[in-house]
Design a protein around this ligand. Structure first.
Ligand SMILES: Cc1ncc(COP(=O)(O)O)c(C=O)c1O
Length: 332
């Protein structure tokens, strides 16, 4: 620890930190669980949202990014001369870029052109260089010119300049949730959780959380909620795209609900206006899946992993809910 004048006041219990890295989530410093009130009137089946946007870089991806980066540091594979290259639909790239730049490494993000403009700008604000590629919204492995292959090609051809964490294949992405998200949920619910609701991108979250919680209680139901085909919910995959992700293991999932992607936007709006939760579109989709299971199962204790907040999606929200961008100021 550095000797500075501020040192005597550093105290994690009082939330006075030495650096932003101490704020990363762990069993002792979990992301919050907040109960759903107006949007769930079932007293037999309370629902709690796990607010991943409260992580220091704003999404569930802080967990995987940190675990992947830490391993590269431990193995001496990253330095001020050799930075990161990573395919990303935004959140992983932002977390990685913020962490990497703070530690003195460069970061190149390979992103599909369809991701929201806000995310591209945020990546640049974080200090990443961008390759914008004509690709599906969530990068698709195996496509010749796709983001994943371009990142792999760069990492191979320019080995001295780049190392590729590759969240789609990296077991540290799963390990992050096995070590943090799963234990946090178990502890925060005193082991009473019966259902976990989440969505699938790389499948790191589902694989790690499911492995941990099923070990504790094999009856816990792991329910994934996915958007219908042709969707534009960043970070998520439709069911047909899932086998392309190496971390996808269907045996770890009890049920996959497919829900009309338009609902993601209306439910996100409701979560903001009725619960005070600044939930992004993937949270809206997850909530809709949970709501349907509450109606069917009637009893339980559900935890929904809410990946990120609404702030990056204002343009997407206005596209789906045009009244949001109408000028409501009355003429003078
Ligand atoms: C907004 C959003 N929701 C959900 C997910 C899914 O998480 P995972 O990649 O762990 O499956 C992601 C991942 O990129 C995401 O960005």
């Amino acid at each position: 620890m550095k000797t500075t004048e501020a040192q005597p006041i550093i105290d994690r219990k009082k939330k006075v930190f030495e650096s932003i890295f101490e704020m990363l989530p762990s069993e002792d410093n979990p992301s919050p669980l907040v109960r759903i009130n107006r949007m769930n009137d079932s007293s037999g089946f309370p629902l709690f949202a796990k607010l991943e946007w409260m992580n220091p870089f704003g999404s569930v991806k802080d967990r995987a990014a940190w675990e992947m980066l830490r391993e590269l540091e431990e193995k001496g594979e990253i330095s001020s001369e050799r930075g990161l290259v990573e395919p990303t639909s935004g959140n992983t790239g932002f977390s990685l870029a913020m962490m990497a730049r703070t530690r003195g490494y460069s970061m190149r993000a390979v992103v599909p052109n369809k991701i929201p403009l806000e995310k591209k700008i945020l990546l640049k604000i974080a200090g990443a260089e961008l390759d914008v590629i004509n690709d599906e919204l969530c990068p698709v492995p195996g496509l010749g010119d796709g983001s994943i292959n371009l990142a792999k090609t760069r990492a191979k051809a320019e080995r001295h300049r780049y190392v590729l964490p590759n969240q789609y294949e990296n077991e540290n992405n799963v390990a992050a949730h096995l070590k943090t998200t799963g234990p946090e949920i178990w502890r925060q619910t005193d082991g009473r959780v019966t259902h976990v609701f989440l969505s699938l991108g790389t499948c790191g979250t589902v694989s790690g959380v499911s492995r941990y919680l099923r070990e504790k209680n094999p009856d816990i139901k792991i329910i994934a909620v996915q958007p219908t085909e042709g969707h534009d919910v960043p970070g998520l995959r439709n069911i047909s795209q899932l086998p392309a992700t190496k971390l996808f293991d269907p045996s770890l999932i009890d049920e996959i609900l497919e829900i009309d992607f338009e609902v993601a936007y209306t439910r996100a709006l409701e979560l903001c206006q009725k619960e005070g939760l600044s939930a992004g579109p993937s949270c809206g989709l997850i909530f809709e899946g949970a709501r349907r299971i509450v109606e069917a199962d009637k009893e339980g204790l559900g935890v929904m992993i809410f990946p990120d907040s609404i702030f990056k999606y204002t343009a997407n929200m206005a596209k789906h809910l045009p009244f949001l961008s109408e000028n409501t100021t009355p003429p003078q």
